[in-house]
Design a protein around this ligand. Structure first.
Ligand SMILES: Nc1ncnc2c1ncn2[C@@H]1O[C@H](COP(=O)(O)OP(=O)(O)OP(=O)(O)O)[C@@H](O)[C@H]1O
Length: 298
């Protein structure tokens, strides 16, 4: 791997990236690599990135941003042999945490020359590429409101969540998987390739990114008095211990909400209005990712 492309998101994580390009280029030079850069704009980035890579041959593409940037690069590389690297520079950085990549830039940078390659599954959720976690219901609503507002950061997320919680009406979901049919109301329904949200909420404990399966993780409606207990379990890998949770493991699923033609769906941190029923497909071992060699034994 000689030439590395870094896809930089200038706004991710509300971080000052003024010196980043210089730091990354210098580090690559020291380790015999050439760094080239692509800056996201928030508009037509997928097409622009695909065209960029066609014109400029590179050996690996690093997402330097949060999960949205990882999703963009993953969508570009899935199904090819070219590996995805991650420099976690977003606010949550969920996939990088699931892959055991350090959240400290100086500790993640060695991935440019020292790494192992893992080949992970990817999903299509209602036609949208997904690599980490997607969901319908409460979190998707909060993510959509968050994206509409001008303020970033975890504080804004918590404020919106508290505002929306009191008036929130859980929908009823009809789910058909390759193994079972389930119907019932849910506060939120997560489509999980991975295990842990960027907020460190473990929605899908003991899951594997490369097992050819994904999980549908439901949190059923609960009384307000149960909220602290559910939150505690979500932060301590106890998802299955709550009486308000359920997980369905599958390879394929169709989700519908009776009498609803569209729904707000959060995919790798970005909100979409998608047509229902929502089809979910898995593409086993379709994306090569660079990980610290020691993470393979963890
Ligand atoms: N130059 C830009 N100006 C405005 N928005 C941008 C720009 N580049 C990318 N975006 C938007 O940034 C979002 C992706 O951000 P990303 O997920 O990488 O960071 P984050 O939200 O801070 O982190 P995380 O998802 O890990 O919490 C997308 O909505 C994308 O459209």
């Amino acid at each position: 791997m000689r030439t590395l492309l870094f896809v930089l998101n200038p706004i991710s994580g509300d971080l000052d990236k003024a010196g980043l390009e210089h730091q990354v280029a210098a580090y690559c030079r020291e380790h015999g690599r050439t760094a080239v850069f692509f800056h996201t704009t928030g508009k037509d980035d997928l097409t622009r990135l695909q065209q960029f890579i066609q014109k400029q041959p590179v050996d690996a593409v690093f997402a330097a941003g949060g999960d949205g940037t990882v999703n963009l690069v993953g969508a570009t590389l899935a199904g090819t042999a070219m590996p995805l690297g991650i420099l976690p520079l977003g606010s949550g950085n969920g996939l990088s945490k699931d892959l055991g990549i350090s959240q400290v830039l100086e500790e993640a940078l060695p991935l440019v020359w020292q790494h192992a390659v893992r080949t992970i599954d990817t999903l299509r959720v209602g036609g949208q590429f997904a690599v980490h976690l997607a969901d319908l219901g409460f979190n998707a609503l909060v993510v959509a409101r968050f994206a509409e507002g001008g303020t970033r950061g975890p504080g804004a997320y918590v404020r919106i969540a508290m505002q929306e919680y009191l008036a929130y009406e859980p929908a009823v979901y009809h789910i058909e998987t390759d193994r079972e049919t389930y119907e019932g109301p849910a506060f939120m329904l997560t489509v999980a390739n991975a295990s842990t949200f960027g907020s460190n909420v473990v929605i899908n404990p003991n899951s594997h990114l490369d097992d050819g399966e994904f999980e549908l993780c439901l949190i059923e409606p609960f009384p307000a008095t149960a909220a602290p207990g559910i939150l505690y379990r979500l932060y301590t890998e106890g998802f299955d211990e709550s009486m308000y949770t359920r997980r369905l493991r599958c390879r394929k699923a169709v989700i519908s909400i009776p009498q609803q033609e569209r729904a707000t769906v959060q995919v790798d941190g970005e909100p979409y209005e998608l047509a229902m029923p929502l089809e979910i497909e898995i593409f086993p071992q379709s994306l090569r990712v660079l990980v610290p060699a020691e993470s393979l034994n963890a």
